[in-house]
Design a binder for this molecule. Structure first.
Ligand SMILES: Cc1cc2nc3c(=O)[nH]c(=O)nc-3n(C[C@H](O)[C@H](O)[C@H](O)COP(=O)(O)OP(=O)(O)OC[C@H]3O[C@@H](n4cnc5c(N)ncnc54)[C@H](O)[C@@H]3O)c2cc1C
Length: 305
């Protein structure tokens, strides 16, 4: 990444929302449930599974968290009605974690019970490191309460993750493993790209050795290859692991992996609260930086491009 690109990427939060929306459209199914259903239907037609996320990142009031829980109820009904091959992903802050642990648990239980009623599954996304303890605590509470249709996400970026895998081992958790999008301080996280990769593979080994179901969530070609080699060494069948990618990223590669016989799930976010998610995705895609800078300059100067 050039110095100019990285500077622009850091300045993204200052870019007008309309510009961000334009460039992030590829990463988001749309604002409505109907749009999300249409995207999942297309993915399913191309032999991909989905996990749908109701975006709710800028939420600050209890009523808003209840509305997100309701949106998940509607989502499960829509998935069922259209016979889609999709589970859901939830962010605990959208369900109220930033307001109170109890409120979040109540909303999450509601979502997990609704899912169970439809024979569906809930993946709890992992957010920044201030939420890790509460997220893993809630996950354990649910599992110990007999809710087995729930999985969690672990981030290879965090130094604690191997210990977390060991601590969760008695639950044989279903884990989505990713690098981790939130930039955390060096005291608690690997900051070097190679160190994150190395830790990702250590985590894959540890999870597979522990007999866990793993969703390998990465677009990193080297990591995909190394992870799949481990899956093969463990002699896992097609149904015993999955690859995961984000909507709008490496679409051609997705097709190849499916053609090679792997199951692949695409993360499909939708909803009104698209902004925070969009900025993070664009920050991961430095190739867009110059284009966005030009569009922003054009807008600020009152030009139309
Ligand atoms: C299904 C799924 C769920 C996730 N859930 C979480 C979560 O709960 N918590 C969390 O912290 N993180 C989550 N992430 C994000 C993850 O942690 C990484 O930040 C992200 O996947 C980028 O890391 P990478 O492994 O793909 O490697 P990178 O090295 O970042 O990317 C490898 C290559 O993929 C392509 N690429 C990656 N991102 C983009 C993009 N936005 N636009 C265009 N091309 C791109 C580029 O070609 C890049 O060179 C999730 C990722 C996936 C795939």
């Amino acid at each position: 990444m050039s110095l100019l690109d990285s500077a622009i990427v850091r300045l993204l939060p200052a870019v007008p929302k309309t510009v961000v929306q334009h460039f992030s459209a590829r990463y988001i199914a749309g604002a409505t449930l109907a749009e999300a259903v249409a995207v999942v239907r297309d993915l399913n037609a191309g032999a991909k599974m989905a996990t749908v996320d109701v975006l709710g990142e800028e939420i600050t009031r209890e009523e808003e968290t209840r509305a997100i829980a309701q949106a998940y109820r509607d989502l499960f009904a829509a998935i069922d009605e259209a016979s889609l091959d999709s589970n859901v992903s939830v962010k605990l802050t959208a369900l109220g974690l930033g307001l109170s642990y109890e409120l979040c648990r109540e909303n999450l239980l509601d979502v997990v019970r609704t899912a169970a009623g439809y024979g569906n599954f809930v993946r709890i996304d992992m957010e920044d490191a201030t939420t890790t303890d509460d997220t893993l605590r809630l996950y354990r509470e649910l599992r110990e309460g007999g809710h087995d249709n729930v999985g969690v996400v672990l981030q290879a970026r965090l130094k604690r993750t191997l210990d977390d895998i060991a601590a969760l081992a008695d639950l044989r958790p279903s884990v989505r493993l990713c690098k981790g999008i939130y930039l955390e301080p060096a005291a608690i996280a690997f900051t070097d790209a190679e160190a994150i990769r190395v830790n990702f593979l250590r985590c894959v080994d540890s999870l597979l050795d522990g007999g866990c179901y793993v969703g390998l969530a990465t677009h990193d070609e080297w990591l995909i290859g190394e992870s799949l080699a481990r899956v093969s060494q463990h002699g896992l069948g097609r149904e015993e692991y999955e690859l995961q990618m984000l909507l709008g990223v490496r679409e051609a590669r997705r097709d190849e992996l499916v053609a090679e016989g792997h199951r692949l799930r695409v993360y499909v976010p939708f909803g009104e609260h698209w902004y925070g998610y969009s900025v993070r995705r664009l920050q991961e895609n430095p190739a867009m930086a110059t284009t966005i800078a030009k569009a922003t300059a054009g807008r600020l100067l009152g030009l139309r491009s």
